[in-house]
Ligand binder design. Structure first.
Ligand code: KIV
Ligand code: ZN
Length: 572
């Protein structure tokens, strides 16, 4: 037998005229966080009291979750203690409901009632396993036996709840047919309907029917079929709130949740960052933010995702992966050149068009909505020419002319090929400095003066300068209709005059209170190829001259290097 042959394929629930594929998610479900229970029980080191309190406060105060499953008070003293601390310590806001989980067993139910004394709003959540596999392998019971466990528990809970309700507690019930996904749907309907009856559920006293994907063992569409079938068949559907509790064994927890919402679910139990047993519970953040980017208010606040992540990582000692949707370190980064260019264009388009909509390719969400900055494009050997220019512009304020992007991109590319590593923005700036800003040899402008005269509205400039090369100084003088023209005329006849001026761009650049002019100059060599130079100065006339000298020097240095390499090669 081959390995895969030992598995029993999932048997889909047949359903006619399914309607869920035509539905849309148009409003937020009721959210219930199970971080302190399902999430906590799956941790190598479960949270201590302080960590649980921090997590609870973040969930309710910062994120705005209104229902929180705080533990399994009958199962452990620490869960009992946190329940008491939350109630007695006044940690629970008036609009928040705590939820406590218990197995459908009498002594545990009694202990759970002790744990919730004094709370204002409580969901009493009980469960038993209903799937074919669990009935056969774990309980050795038939359907009637499993149903009896659930209805006996419902009776006891209902009976014990009466004095509690009379005392003024807002107590509601939740039942989970554990392993719902692997339960025959007709039987799931039967047991849930029986539980509703035993709990005296009514439209004005709805019971939460939580339908867990305890182990995710079918595709999201098959789950949606199950759910639509279940809801259609449930007698007195308006007595129930249909809740999802998806796990993620097939990696489809988010898709299953969304499919379940399409199929009629109204409530979702989830954990932050998908923490939880095995592959985790469904990630509340991803489901919520998926709604958000479809224009639906998720009614949860993730506008400071980094802070949420830090607290989560501290309390759970888990690590959020780099590619975790919305929260991972790398999710607002593009390495591919074509992606970088498109993002760049998206930002420009938004700025120029004034569109109020988010229209940036490859960035499905505005990172600032999560309190993250757009960590500009990051550069590795896959990156294109535009990425480095984007960083120089958005991070350092150097807005190079488009024609210069390939030249600087090549410098950056060579470096990333050489190191084989991602280049951080400070390294990119360093390359820019080294290849442009710091180039002031072999030609150096030692001193200079401009004389400007305007006759009949026409400007006339005379440039006088002393230039040094390799310890030799010479004086140049030239006239023109502007500083660049005058300078070019001044160097005419010198060895440095082998270039045609193609283009130039200048803009202000400020660093704190200091503002300078930066000029970019494009020169054409005699062989038709182009070379760029950059000049920085407080004087707007001097910046372009520095840029011209920079371009000439860069060319000279490149030639010297090529000659030295050729000489070395011929010696060999
Ligand atoms: O996954 C599950 O089935 C559960 C239940 C206890 C609700 O966590
Ligand atoms: Zn679970």
């Amino acid at each position: 037998m081959k390995g895969y042959e030992k598995y029993i394929p999932f048997v889909p629930q047949p359903i006619e005229n399914r309607t869920w594929p035509d539905n849309l998610i148009t409003k937020a479900p009721t959210w219930c966080s199970v971080d302190l229970r399902d999430g906590n029980q799956a941790l190598i080191d479960p949270m201590n009291m302080e960590e649980k309190l921090d997590m609870f406060h973040m969930l309710v105060d910062q994120i705005g979750v209104k229902e929180v499953e705080i533990g399994f008070p009958s199962a452990s003293d620490t869960d009992f203690a946190i329940c008491r601390e939350l109630i007695e310590g006044g940690h629970i806001p008036d609009d928040v409901t705590i939820q406590v989980l218990v197995q459908a067993r009498p002594h545990l139910i009694k202990r759970t009632f002790e744990a919730i004394q004094g709370a204002k709003h409580v969901i009493f959540h009980f469960y038993n396993s209903t799937s074919t596999l669990q009935r056969k392998v774990v309980f050795g019971l038939d359907k009637a036996g499993i149903t009896k466990i659930a209805t006996d528990a419902a009776d006891l809970i209902y009976e014990m709840a009466q004095p509690v309700l009379a005392s003024g507690m807002d107590l509601r019930y939740e039942y989970s047919p554990e392993s719902f996904m692997g339960t025959e749907m007709d039987y799931a309907v039967e047991i849930c309907a029986a539980v509703l009856d035993h709990l005296h559920a009514a439209p004005e006293h709805k019971v939460i029917l939580n339908l867990p994907t305890t182990v995710e063992n079918c595709m999201p569409n098959q789950f949606a079929d199950e759910l639509e079938y279940f809801i259609r068949k449930l007698p007195g559907r308006d007595r129930a709130i249909i809740s999802l509790h998806p796990h993620n064994d097939r990696g489809c927890g988010v898709a299953t949740t969304e499919a379940g919402l399409l199929a009629g679910a109204e409530r979702v139990e989830a954990c932050l960052f998908g923490n939880g047993e095995r592959t985790g519970n469904v990630d509340m953040i991803t489901v919520a933010m998926n709604m958000y980017v479809q224009g639906v208010d998720p009614e949860l606040d993730f506008s400071n995702i980094d802070e949420i992540r830090q607290l989560y990582e501290r309390c759970t000692k888990m690590r959020v992966p780099e590619r975790q949707p919305y929260a991972g370190d790398l999710v607002f980064t593009a390495f591919s050149g074509s992606h970088q260019d498109a993002i760049n264009k998206g930002f420009n388009y938004m700025e120029q068009s004034g569109t109020g909509k988010w229209e940036v390719p490859y960035l499905p969400i505005d990172p600032t909505d999560l309190g993250r900055v757009y960590e500009p494009i990051r550069i590795n050997s896959q990156s294109g020419k535009g990425g480095a220019a984007f960083i120089m512009n958005h991070k350092f304020g150097f807005d190079m002319p488009k024609a210069m992007h390939p030249e600087f991109g090549e410098i950056v590319q060579e470096e990333s090929d050489r190191t084989g590593k991602e280049l951080k923005s400070d390294v990119i700036f360093q390359l820019f400095k080294e290849h442009y800003l710091d180039i002031n040899a072999p030609y150096r402008l030692v001193k200079h003066a401009f004389h400007e005269e305007t006759v009949d509205g026409k400007s006339h400039v005379t440039f006088t300068g002393t230039i040094e090369i390799d310890d030799t100084r010479f004086i140049v003088v030239g006239e023109g209709n502007g500083p660049i023209d005058a300078f070019f005329n001044a160097i005419h006849g010198q060895k440095m005059d082998k270039y045609t001026f193609v283009d130039y761009k200048e803009h202000a650049i400020s660093n704190g209170s200091d503002s300078q002019a930066v000029a970019y100059v494009q020169l054409r060599r005699q062989d038709g190829s182009d070379i760029f130079g950059v000049g920085l100065s407080h004087n707007i006339n001097l910046a372009p001259l520095r840029a011209i000298l920079c371009a000439i020097n860069r060319d000279k240095l490149q030639r010297r290097k090529a000659e030295a390499e050729a000489a070395q090669a011929s010696e060999r």
